[in-house]
Design a protein around this ligand. Structure first.
Ligand SMILES: Cc1cc2nc3c(=O)[nH]c(=O)nc-3n(C[C@H](O)[C@H](O)[C@H](O)COP(=O)(O)OP(=O)(O)OC[C@H]3O[C@@H](n4cnc5c(N)ncnc54)[C@H](O)[C@@H]3O)c2cc1C
Length: 591
């Protein structure tokens, strides 16, 4: 069975050496003292290793079942959920007015990574509740907040997001679910939603569905979509639970991974719903949570890679196959361990350098979200909006690639279920699809985010990279980090210029290159993160840090990323500037 141990030292390094959290002027960050975050992460790590990780394969093999209209989660999930609730983990970064602990989202993100690595399917019950909590917190009336938030903060009631219908996923303007206004101000919701994560289960007393639907007579397409709160059980005036609402589970889907999370077809048969926010502005309400939700999925990408990587390292040290060509490392044994072989090293370094870079980028993204939430910082808002599709799309693609690479380290044993590596690959796969498929993230980046506010945010990003390079050019030790970062950033700028020049003439030139642009951008972001991490590691060594091995390992891992991954930016640029012609050359019937 795979094991998991929370990488708390790596997390502490990013929080304190790289992001210098306590020195930030973001309100509440002064609480993030090194000892405090260490205690929180260690505690979360214990829960993850002792309770959540052992349940991961149980969830995978048992899955969820639907019996007489009731969804049952796998053995042990209910007890584990109670432990998460009792520990106050669900309330960590929620508003104290509703029972939350008011901690920064950054800390919630670090803890989230630990839980997702240990058991992604399990953590989704809580994760989706957090998303629904944020929507009600941002758009709800005082009454709605008082009614739902305290119970959602504690996870006594969980939440869902209902967007997808059988005939519409990406193109939500095609939505058919309707919401008919009633005399008492409520709405009757009728329609079918599919693929609804945590749609029903036995972990909570109530499920609060957030449902997108169209009010008849409203604007056509996406502009006519509104958002509704539809509880599974009606809530009485005094907060107690009343009758069952007219919402039921049609079936639970059989799927490739995350078996421990129930993916439900939800039928709304005239269910009572309450408008959340403004009529016909449902998509806008959803979009305000998009940065957070997509960052959470980007986190799932590298968190699965982290868990898979940890096990690949253990296996590579245990499994004896072949000899080190430069001389036996295990002369008394029948062979050397796999880890002596350069190609195994290459694979492990690919995984390690991606995961640590992605963690830094995600934590930085969480910090930007805190800046927006806690001080309404407009520049941080623009920057995180720009980076969100990169974090979601690039990190889930690479996370899946790394989970597969970790599986490959096991050879044939990786393909056999009992080793658990196949689960990491299967679970990681969905993160590339939901919360906007990765192709759509690339379109969002190129079609919307690049030009946002007249291109101000992408220019600010380039400026940030440029000034980092300029500030650190005097430190020769950083040359091997700064040169590839500079080259990558130049490739990214050339690609952006190409889109500007070509996109207007022929939009397909931009669309055909959008996926490569997302990956090019991802590499530059991770290059920037590695340059910042290298600077922090040299700084710690200069300051006489006792754990020299830790910091030297950081620098060596960063060097690997710069030498072996950053050259990909030139390849992506070449693909982008080849334009749409090679992509669009065939008529549809010739495929
Ligand atoms: C396990 C699981 C859990 C899920 N959980 C939820 C949930 O909790 N709530 C919820 O509402 N939904 C959920 N979903 C649905 C998920 O978000 C959608 O499947 C996803 O948005 C894609 O929609 P679709 O499947 O209809 O694909 P389509 O929209 O049909 O897209 C198919 C492919 O075409 C591409 N494509 C579409 N349009 C364009 C375009 N204009 N240009 C270029 N490419 C395009 C897409 O990138 C995709 O690769 C879940 C799905 C799964 C499988």
């Amino acid at each position: 069975m795979p094991s998991y141990s929370a990488p708390t030292a790596d997390m502490q390094f990013i929080l304190h050496d790289v992001l210098n959290a306590t020195q930030s002027d973001i309100s509440g960050y002064d609480e993030l003292e090194r000892d405090f975050t260490s205690a929180v992460l260690e505690e979360a790590g214990k829960l993850a290793s002792d309770v959540l990780a052992p349940l991961n394969p149980v969830g995978d093999t048992e899955g969820c079942t639907l019996e007489n209209g009731v969804v049952r989660t796998p053995t042990g999930f209910k007890d584990a959920f109670e432990k998460i609730k009792e520990g106050g983990w669900t309330a960590l970064d929620c508003d104290p007015e509703y029972g939350g602990q008011g901690m920064p989202y950054l800390l919630g993100t670090a803890v989230g990574e630990i839980f997702v690595s240990a058991n992604m399917a399990f953590n989704m019950y809580q994760g989706l509740t957090h998303g629904a909590y944020s929507a009600i917190h941002t758009h709800g009336t005082d009454d709605q907040k008082a009614t739902y938030l305290p119970k959602m903060v504690s996870c006594d009631w969980t939440g869902t997001m209902n967007l997808t219908e059988p005939h519409c996923g990406t193109d939500l303007g095609l939505m058919r679910t309707k919401a008919e206004p009633q005399d008492d101000g409520t709405y009757k919701i009728t329609g079918q939603k599919i693929f609804i994560s945590a749609g029903d289960h036995d972990l909570s007393e109530n499920v609060i569905h957030l449902v997108l639907a169209k009010i008849p007579g409203g604007p056509e397409g996406i502009k006519g979509v509104s958002l509704f709160i539809v509880p599974k059980f009606m809530v009485n005036e005094d907060g107690s639970l009343g009758d069952r609402n007219a919402v039921s589970v049609g079936k639970i889907e059989e799927k490739m991974g995350i078996h421990g999370n129930s993916t439900c077809v939800m039928n709304y048969d005239g269910a009572t719903g309450y408008l959340l926010g403004t009529q016909h502005k449902g998509m806008r309400a959803m979009f305000t949570m998009m940065n957070e939700a997509r960052l959470g999925v980007g986190l799932q990408g590298y968190a699965q890679a982290e868990a898979a990587y940890q096990n690949a390292v253990i296996y590579a040290n245990d499994r004896l196959q072949g000899r080190d060509v430069t001389g036996a490392k295990n002369p008394d044994g029948p062979a050397d361990p796999l880890i002596v072989h350069p190609d195994i090293r290459r694979s492990l370094m690919d995984q390690k350098s991606f995961v640590e870079g992605a963690r830094a980028l995600t934590f930085w993204g969480a910090m930007l979200i805190d800046k927006v939430r806690r001080s309404g910082d407009k520049e941080a808002d623009g920057l995180i909006s720009l980076l969100t599709p990169v974090i979601k799309g690039f990190q889930t693609d690479k996370g899946y690639e790394c989970a597969t690479a970790a599986q490959q380290v096991y050879g044939g044993h990786g393909y056999i279920e009992e080793w658990g590596m196949s689960q990491f690959v299967r679970d990681a796969r969905i993160a590339m699809i939901y919360e906007g498929a990765n192709g759509i993230q690339a379109l969002d980046l190129v079609g919307r985010k690049l030009a946002l506010d007249g291109g101000k945010h992408v220019m600010a990003f380039f400026e940030m990279v440029k000034s980092f390079i300029k500030e650190n050019e005097g430190d020769e030790r950083l040359d091997e980090f700064l040169a590839p970062l500079k080259a990558g950033s130049k490739d990214l700028q050339s690609a952006a210029m190409y889109f500007m020049a070509q996109g207007v003439k022929n939009p397909n030139n931009a669309l055909a290159g959008s996926y490569d642009f997302m990956h090019l951008f991802g590499h530059v972001c991770l290059g920037l993160m590695w340059a910042r991490m290298a600077k922090a590691a040299f700084g710690a060594l200069d300051a006489g840090a006792s754990d020299t091995q830790f910091y030297e390992t950081k620098i060596a891992t960063g060097r690997y990323y710069m030498a072996r991954q950053m050259p990909a930016t030139a390849m992506h640029l070449a693909r982008i500037t080849s334009g749409a012609d090679p992509v669009m050359a065939l008529d549809a019937e010739n495929f």
